[in-house]
Design a protein around this ligand. Sequence first.
Ligand code: NCD
Ligand code: ZN
Length: 343
Amino acid sequence: MKTITIAKPDDLHLHVRNGAVLKTVIPHTARQFARAIIMPNLKPPVTTVAQALIYRQEILAAVPDELDFTPLMTLYLTGSTTVDDIKHAAKSEHIHAFKLYPAGATTNSDSGVADIKAIYPLLAAMEQQDIPLLIHGEVTDDACDIFDRERVFIDTYLTDITDNFPGLRIVVEHVTTAEAVQFVLASGPGIAATITPQHLLFNRNALLAGGIKPHYYCLPIIKREFHRLALVKAATSGNPKFFLGTDSAPHLTSLKEAACGCAGCYSAHAALELYAEVFERAGALDKLEAFSSFYGADFYRLPRNSGTVTLEKTAWKVPSAYGESDLSITPLKANEELTWKLV
Ligand code: NCD
Ligand code: ZN
């Protein structure tokens, strides 16, 4: 049987929520990954070191005894974050970055930043303290077409940020366009990007053709095939600027299959399997390990993990849902067959 063994990977962009949902999803991630960058967009958002440490304990308590998993915490930037908050966070061994959500851009982003220029003093502090900035790169302007929001964000804000803070390490999260790939390639070594499985596997037809499929709805929205191909090329290129970040974002099935469905794809149940499919199809399975296990750790200046994980070429069917019936979460590729299986 065909197998691949890679160093234990990290997920550099993950939503785990809290309460019962957290208990359902953490075992999935802990099986696959040694560590994950935990997104702070809870309700209310995780804005202080003290909140992040409490949240970290909740995550650790949900890790099955036989598994070893380290959550890497982040703080949510708001209009009221202060320079002292940045300094305080940079000193904590458990806080690894700040996340910038433009207000209103995505799930639980109401407390996000309304005026990006107004937080430049905070970006200066992050640059000085050498703590990375993670960016949800989409404008929120109603007049801007949803398929253009990432490209317009790059032109309107991102270029100006990288020009003004050349020493600030930035992850452009979940890139979805050829323009974002180009921007990252053209920027200095401190500018990197995560890429999700859904943006590598699907184009917008998966979401919109032959009936609307809410489980493919996430933000930034899945784009056309041209962009997907640019993402696959970047992910499989062996360039350390691009690394694994699933953006696995669980929502209850009832809240996705709704007249106004939530944004977010749940992929933690089969993250590595999904990426392996992409890399195999691109003839680049030899590049999967560095994308999944080295480049992210290197960017965050964390030691690379010891230990390995093995994937087998075995077909298996993804369940229709995970979790208790009243808390059901529909995974990406529900009821479909995957060709790789984590052993
Ligand atoms: C994420 C979520 O649900 O928290 N949703 C999504 O569509 N990706 C938020 C985010 O990362 O934008
Ligand atoms: Zn996310």
